[in-house]
Design a protein around this ligand. Structure first.
Ligand code: MN
Length: 390
């Protein structure tokens, strides 16, 4: 067995002859869940340990919640004008998502697609389009995400356009009021109905959710069930590269943490993820909501999406974000938005769905170094009994 020396904050060093059996990582700090050498009274606490460089050799196991996933299909398209995002969940399932998650040793409960209420008569004189449809869908999504998280599962919400995040983040907040949000996207999606030039609500979800933005919103009918539930300081963006003037203004005014592609280029993805996690939750103990817009990735990796912007994240950067968030052990809800199988040709579709599935797998415990499930049995040959020599 490897010998490890672990520093327990603030000052004690433990010399261990065996590595910890289970652990998870919080912002580069490992929380070690149990070890026979610790006095019993102290086992109830979580020890914060700085870790030796040997950590990559240790097994990575998911905790209780992260090993159980509840999948919800959110076939919403009313937040934007291009038909097709309602087929996103179906495309990801057909791409083998569920069996790939099960292959990671996860307990997966696929709840199917939400049957979203459809209102043929929406409101036409509001600066935001389809408020009635998006409003009623949002409360359905919120209920479903709330129930999934309350049942002890990590929620995976498959979009659907990004207006889905109104409901998923609000539902998450009902279950875990303390949660923080990492928003990975080419766009900031924090337009108010008054700053948006298109009126498409997939560019506005955060404006309805952030408390400090509320004074700048006009009345939004049919949104009575959705309440602002986020503080500006609990959001961090990664991947931005197409931000409207009103959005940039509000990001600066409220001091929202933002790691645009410029910061990704300048500091590298490792620093951006580390800083983003630290910015939203310096203590490293809050539940995390990842809202991942597939258009955060470069269009070469995700061509089948409504608003592609060149110069996006590589698949390595996307996977890294996902791996690091999973490693916190605090990822409680993941949105994967804006896959639109009606855009582009078959090959574009395949590429987009493959990228989306890869990102999701890394959110749920897959690691590029390789993984094995907790109950993995290494095959050994049956014992051969050799005849005794006569
Ligand atoms: Mn988006």
């Amino acid at each position: 067995m490897t010998s490890l020396s672990l520093k327990v904050r603030p000052m004690k060093t433990l010399d261990l002859d065996t590595p910890p059996r289970r652990f998870h990582v919080v912002d580069r700090v490992f929380i070690w869940e149990s070890h026979h050498k610790l006095p019993k009274t102290r086992l109830t606490e979580h020890y914060k340990l700085t870790i030796s460089k040997n950590f990559v050799k240790m097994p990575f196991f998911l905790n209780d919640r992260s090993s159980k996933v509840g999948v919800i299909g959110v076939p919403i398209h009313m937040g934007q004008p291009r038909p097709g995002t309602e087929h996103g969940p179906e495309a990801m399932r057909e791409g083998g998502l569920i069996s790939k998650l099960e292959g990671l040793g996860l307990d997966v409960e696929d709840q199917g697609d939400l049957f979203l209420e459809k209102h043929d008569e929406d409101i036409h004189d509001h600066p935001a389009k389809n408020v009635k449809n998006v409003g009623s869908a949002s409360s359905q999504i919120a209920d479903s995400v709330y129930n999934t998280i309350k049942s002890g599962r990590t929620c995976l919400a498959l979009g659907g356009d990004h207006s889905m995040a109104i409901g998923s983040i609000y539902g998450h907040s009902l279950a875990e009021p303390d949660h923080v949000v990492i928003w990975v996207d080419a766009h900031a999606d924090i337009n108010t109905p008054l700053t948006s030039s298109s009126g498409n609500m997939h560019g506005m979800p955060l404006s309805f959710l952030v408390k400090e933005v509320q004074p700048y919103l006009p009345d939004i009918p049919h949104f009575d069930n959705i309440k602002p539930c986020l503080s500006a300081k609990n959001i961090a963006y990664i991947g931005l590269r197409d931000v409207d003037p009103g959005e940039r203004y509000i990001i600066e005014k409220l001091g929202i943490h933002s790691f645009s592609m410029t910061e990704v280029d300048k500091f590298g993805i490792k620093d951006c993820v580390e800083k983003a996690l630290h910015a939203v939750d310096p203590e490293g103990n809050k539940p995390i909501h990842l809202s991942f817009d597939i258009d955060a990735l470069d269009p070469s990796l995700a061509p089948s999406t409504g608003t592609p912007v060149p110069g996006g994240l590589s698949i390595r950067e996307g996977n890294y974000i996902a791996e690091e968030l999973a490693a916190t052990g605090r990822l409680t809800c993941v949105d994967l938005a804006e896959v639109n199988p009606k855009l582009g040709n078959d090959r574009d579709n395949e590429t987009t769905v493959r990228s989306a599935i890869t990102i999701i797998q890394h959110c749920f415990g897959n690691r590029r170094q390789g993984v094995y499930p907790k109950d993995y049995k290494f095959p050994i040959p049956e014992k051969v009994v050799l005849p005794m020599p006569s």
